[in-house]
Design a protein around this ligand. Sequence first.
Ligand SMILES: NC(=O)c1ccc[n+]([C@@H]2O[C@H](COP(=O)([O-])OP(=O)(O)OC[C@H]3O[C@@H](n4cnc5c(N)ncnc54)[C@H](OP(=O)(O)O)[C@@H]3O)[C@@H](O)[C@H]2O)c1
Length: 476
Amino acid sequence: MQLRPPADQDIVVFGASGDLAGRKLLPALYNLCAEDLLPGQGDIVGTAPSTWNDDDFRTHAHDSIAQFSRTGLDDQVWQRFAARLRFVALRQDGGLADLRAALKREQRLVYLAVPSSAFIPLVQQIGQSDLAEGTSLIIEKPFGHDLESAHQLNTALHQVLPEERIFRIDHYLGKETVQNLLVFRFGNAIFERVWNRDCVERVEISVAESLGVDGRGRFYEETGALRDIVQNHLFQVLSVVGMEAPVCFEAEALRNEKVKLLRAVQPVHPHDVIRGQYTGGAVEDEQVPAYRDEPGVARDSTTETFAALRLHIDTWRWSGVPFLLRTGKRLRRRDTRIVVAFRDVPLHFFEGLAVDGLESNRLVVRIQPDEGIALTFLAKQPGPEIRTQTVRMDFSYGSSFKTSPPEAYERLLHDALVGDHTLFIREDEVERGWEIIQPVLAEPPPVQPYAAGSWGPDQADALAAPSHWHSLDDEA
Ligand SMILES: NC(=O)c1ccc[n+]([C@@H]2O[C@H](COP(=O)([O-])OP(=O)(O)OC[C@H]3O[C@@H](n4cnc5c(N)ncnc54)[C@H](OP(=O)(O)O)[C@@H]3O)[C@@H](O)[C@H]2O)c1
């Protein structure tokens, strides 16, 4: 699909002085500029409580892009980009009259990159300042901290904007590897034939991070792994793995299928959840402190930095197939992957013979890093004896396309600018995600300690029984 430049409009970034704007949004907008994928006419207006002027904002944008842009910083592109940048300091009374006066076009895309406590007040201000007309809104996660607050946020948004102008962003959906899963599943007939309970024994989705809370201890204390990763990123990947084929590749058709799948996921019982919290240890050869010793974290904190869940999906396709999800901070390595473990052969002819590593077939989708897909199968080792070995067929983005995938935020910002909702989350999808984890939020099991640099608490193994988790140390 050829990307087209969006219609003329301004782009407003609330939270322009923050971490997300500096590391992701400004570099993504710059790279869209480099590819002529910004609106032909339109300013990029940063806003925040800070008392910056246009030049301060340009300097901040320049330094952020130089540090974080995947393509570096080209002087000619920068000149074109910088000419669009403006800054409007937020008024102390919270009113948006100054911002409205600074906007020159009838249409605008507003990005709320601010703390979640500011979402509802800012949306109400947009309504009260006569800015709702012509505004489309991107809103960052977290979309609430439980079902009730998500519902309140959705209600407040709808008092000002219709659903078709609201873009709830989950950057996992902008990742090439997640989109490629749709092509893999629905563009290749051979895999769809085996993508069901007859052939699949279990599905695992893992989001492992080596980072800790990275100076954001206070924020993380209120959040934890279930809210930060499971309810959004993991459920988005789960819905793409498990959904039925949409009737066409259009936003509503796709989102209907994702919601249908989430509706069939049974709310998780606390018995099917393991929560963990890291103690001190070594990650990638560096000694790191325990979570409870991080700044901003209570010494007796019970916030989980690891969560593993066993989910059940009541559909004809998946009934009886466990979906195992896990995520954690300060794990051994950064690694996000999906593993589809296929059922074993009915009879092992080769048992009793010399066998190395006999195991069922697995499809491994590496979402990051080293993006790609591998299929493992058994092969005969060369020689006079029947000796078997697990081998793999491997597709790697880097070697097949000689390029690394673009940043998710570039794709998602462009989609929102052209009004394409395909990769954004709908109101009912968000609320269903909260419904699924609500039982464990209400009755959280105790946190189990795990050493930083491990793969999480041993107790998580019980969720995979009688099988076992695919080892993230394996190459696939
Ligand atoms: N950082 C990430 O990688 C990341 C990833 C996913 C989602 N998010 C979400 O993105 C949002 C922003 O995160 P962040 O990490 O960029 O936070 P941050 O570094 O704390 O920046 C927050 C920004 O919002 C501004 N701000 C603070 N309170 C405000 C208010 N009441 N009204 C208007 N603006 C206000 C701040 O301005 P001042 O500097 O003037 O205070 C700053 O520009 C959060 O909702 C977060 O959950 C962030």
